[in-house]
Design a protein around this ligand. Structure first.
Ligand code: HEM
Length: 405
């Protein structure tokens, strides 16, 4: 008889951070644990899901897309309470929710926009942008680090990558912001569906323009490859941009906010960062913050995981926020150590086909912003407690009061 302690998708248990004690208990006693879910939709009501909390088991699930499919939606039903069957089918147009061979084909195309060379070509523009964000924030002696600093660069990076003109960036920012964070009353004002449609329409128009007037940019590459069949249709491109806005925005911003919060809460680590700028810091920020807490898969046949039988058609949720603190893998997981190496965290997903496409872009952004902060506001200190986003999906900090100088 499986015991349930918490439902680790319940947003209320994250209000003071990742529920580490409960996760540790689950990893020890019940690492593949059935959670009957009360709230849900799209035919999943009361079905529940399997919570996978150990590092090794998250790796095993993420590696095996034949058994653990992404097709039936990678987001947990309770995070999309109004989702219908049609809604799920619509989301299957997004790379995140595809399986091989469809996934393999589309990923091969979009990967062209994310090669190390493509990302590196953004470096000087993003560095200038990071320096400006930090300079503008520190005009005032104090402020909210999240809205002043952490939010800005991720959106600018995607806009830069796609070549969105300056005058359209404000709209893109608002659309993508209101598509996320709907579990938190502070952000649930806007209609996420309306915003998604706004962004989708904008992206499709952009793709349309590049098809008729090709330019030397990534959008043109994606929608107009020379070899037939190796490009995205206007619709596919629209969904791809939609995904980038969500996937690249809330995640990176929270890696930055958690990184800053952890550095300022551990002054010796902040001193060490300023003096040595270790390249290992970025991945420790991602492990520590685990900006995406969970993604799910659905079993395509009867299987078993860590000796626990799992029938076909059931949901299996991978808790990165637990795996990243697994004492079987990390020495002193609750010690924030910017020199941690190796650091095989799963913050960017496991090791499989869906490993974060934007990991290198995210790493570049985080690296640039922290270097700008260390250069321009070395005296930054915390001025109040971090306020967490109410969400079981995104480990988010929504406000972080600081004194810049
Ligand atoms: C996939 C986390 C930044 C684009 C993923 C996955 C995770 C993740 C956990 C795996 C999803 C799964 O297995 O189902 C993060 C974190 C980030 C970050 C923690 C920041 C620190 C970005 C950025 C972009 C991006 C900046 C793009 C601009 C994507 C895309 C996928 C993905 C397109 C889907 C890949 C696929 O399905 O093949 N990310 N991400 N991410 N991420 Fe990120």
């Amino acid at each position: 008889e499986p015991r349930t302690r918490i439902d680790p998708t319940d947003p209320d248990i994250y209000l003071h951070g990742i529920p580490h004690a409960e996760f540790a208990e689950m990893r020890r006693d019940d690492p593949v644990c059935w959670i009957p879910q009360v709230r849900g939709s799209a035919g999943f009501d009361d079905e529940g899901y399997w919570a996978v909390t150990r590092h090794a088991d998250v790796m095993a699930v993420s590696r095996n897309s034949e058994t653990f499919s992404s097709r039936e939606n990678t987001a947990i039903a309770r995070f999309q309470p109004d989702m219908t069957r049609e809604g799920i089918e619509m989301q299957q147009a997004i790379l995140l929710n595809m399986d091989p061979p469809q996934h393999t084909a589309q990923r091969a195309i979009v990967s062209r926009g994310f090669t190390p060379r493509a990302i590196n070509s953004l470096r000087s523009a993003l560095q200038a942008r990071a320096e400006r964000i930090v300079a503008e924030a520190s005009i005032d002696p104090d402020g909210d680090f999240v809205t002043d600093v952490a939010c800005e660069l991720p959106l600018q990076a995607i806009a830069e990558l796609l070549g969105v003109p300056q005058e359209d960036r404000g709209n893109v920012f608002e659309w993508s912001n209101s598509m996320i964070g709907y579990d938190d009353p502070e952000f649930s004002g806007a209609d996420p569906m309306e915003s998604a449609m706004g962004l989708l329409g904008y992206a499709m128009q952009m793709a349309d323009e590049r098809q008729t007037c090709p330019r030397d940019d990534i959008v043109t590459t994606l929608v107009k490859a020379e070899i037939a069949g190796e490009h995205l249709s206007v619709d596919e491109f629209g969904f791809f941009v939609l995904m980038l806005a969500v996937a690249g925005n809330e995640t990176t911003r929270n890696a930055i906010s958690h990184g800053m919060h952890a550095l300022l809460s551990n002054p010796e680590q902040w001193e060490l960062f300023k003096q040595t700028r270790p390249r290992t810091a970025v991945d420790e920020f991602v492990r520590w913050g685990s900006p995406i807490n969970v993604f799910q898969r659905t079993t395509t046949h009867d299987t078993s995981l860590a000796g626990v039988p799992i029938p076909r058609g059931q949901r299996v949720a991978m808790f990165y926020g637990s795996a990243n603190y697994d004492e079987a893998v990390f020495i002193d997981p609750h010690t924030f150590d910017i020199t941690r190496s190796p650091n095989p965290h799963l913050g960017f997903g496991g090791s499989g086909a869906h490993f974060c496409l934007g990991a290198n872009l995210a790493r570049l952004e985080i690296d640039l912003i922290f270097n700008a902060i260390a250069d321009q506001m070395p005296g930054i200190t915390l001025a109040g407690p971090a306020q967490r986003l109410r969400s079981g999906w995104i480990n988010g900090i929504k406000h972080l009061p600081v004194r810049y100088r």
